[in-house]
Design a protein around this ligand. Structure first.
Ligand SMILES: NC(=O)c1ccc[n+]([C@@H]2O[C@H](COP(=O)([O-])OP(=O)(O)OC[C@H]3O[C@@H](n4cnc5c(N)ncnc54)[C@H](O)[C@@H]3O)[C@@H](O)[C@H]2O)c1
Length: 265
């Protein structure tokens, strides 16, 4: 893909790129011609995603950076490394996040530390990465930011009874929508768009959500699919296709939008 400035390839920073949806999005954007910077906590997963992309697209550079993206200093260092390696950032895909690992049943038992951990992983990381990417995008008068919300943000997809897994997650994914809409307005005519993808239940080719789903008894898997109007779970490829549209030059008039990819959940 040629940039507006000349023959340099465009560069996409994909957070949460070690496995799951981030890995599939990175692969799809490489197919679109982007060079890729993968950022994640999971160093082993980063290397395996990078190796797969390099194998398929040997002409593209792929950079991996292991970092906790909720840490402002580490995010600043990571983007300094991206800048020195590629000299530009055209797209930022804020896929990193998660629901935390210790479900509890009552709000009284939800530790403030767990609340902060989930909010930091899902919202603060997107804020910190956007904060570092926007100045690099402004230089070229072009940028695409895609954040990750969830159908859970609408209160539609979460079973009750596991406050620890759901409450901070739902709050954080609603906050991602606020971040997306306000930043889209703030960046207005800068050439930088900001959108969110809101997935329903998606089973990536490899990743945590697939492992959790496949560990359920078959009846529970069938009941889960039956509760989704489309009658099935979504695929990582369907999410990656939505992202590929949102980062394309043709999507320049689409900003502040939340794109549901959820089988009408
Ligand atoms: N898969 C789904 O069904 C689904 C549904 C709705 C929303 N989402 C959202 O989509 C995104 C990707 O989902 P997924 O299924 O690939 O999840 P996943 O758990 O498989 O992958 C998330 C990645 O983010 C990384 N990460 C988490 N916190 C981090 C931090 N502080 N710093 C750096 N890296 C961090 C993890 O190491 C992991 O590689 C998440 O934001 C998730 O909440 C997923």
């Amino acid at each position: 893909m040629l940039s507006a400035q000349g023959t340099e390839k465009k560069v996409a920073v994909v957070t949460g790129g070690a496995e799951g949806l981030g890995a599939e999005i990175a692969h799809r954007l490489a197919r679109e011609g982007f060079e890729i910077a993968l950022l994640d906590l999971n160093g082993e997963g980063l290397e395996s995603t990078a190796a797969a992309i390099r194998g398929a697209f040997p002409e593209l550079r792929v950079l991996t950076i292991k970092a906790d993206l909720a840490d402002a200093a580490l995010v600043s260092d990571a983007f300094a490394e991206v800048e020195s390696h590629f000299g530009r950032v055209d797209a930022l895909i804020n896929t990193a996040g998660g629901s935390g690992t210790e479900p509890v049943h009552d709000i009284e038992d939800l530790a403030p530390e767990m609340w902060s951990q989930v909010l930091n992983a899902n919202v603060t990381s997107a804020f910190l990465c956007s904060r570092m990417a926007v100045p690099l995008m402004r230089r070229n008068g072009f940028g695409r930011i895609v954040n990750f919300s969830s159908a859970v943000a609408d209160g539609l997809a979460g079973p009750s009874g596991t406050v620890g897994a759901r409450l901070p997650y739902a709050a954080s994914k609603a906050a991602v929508i606020g971040l997306t809409k306000q930043l889209a307005k703030d960046l207005g005519s800068s050439g930088i768009t900001v959108n969110a993808v809101s997935p329903g239940l998606i089973l990536p080719e490899h990743g945590r959500v697939r492992r959790v789903f496949e560990a359920l008894p078959e009846e529970a898997q069938a009941a889960t699919c039956a509760a989704i109007p489309a009658g099935r779970t979504g695929t990582g490829a369907e999410i990656a296709a939505a992202v590929a549209y949102l980062v394309s030059p043709e999507a320049g008039f689409t900003s502040g939008c939340v794109l549901n990819v959820d089988g009408a959940a």
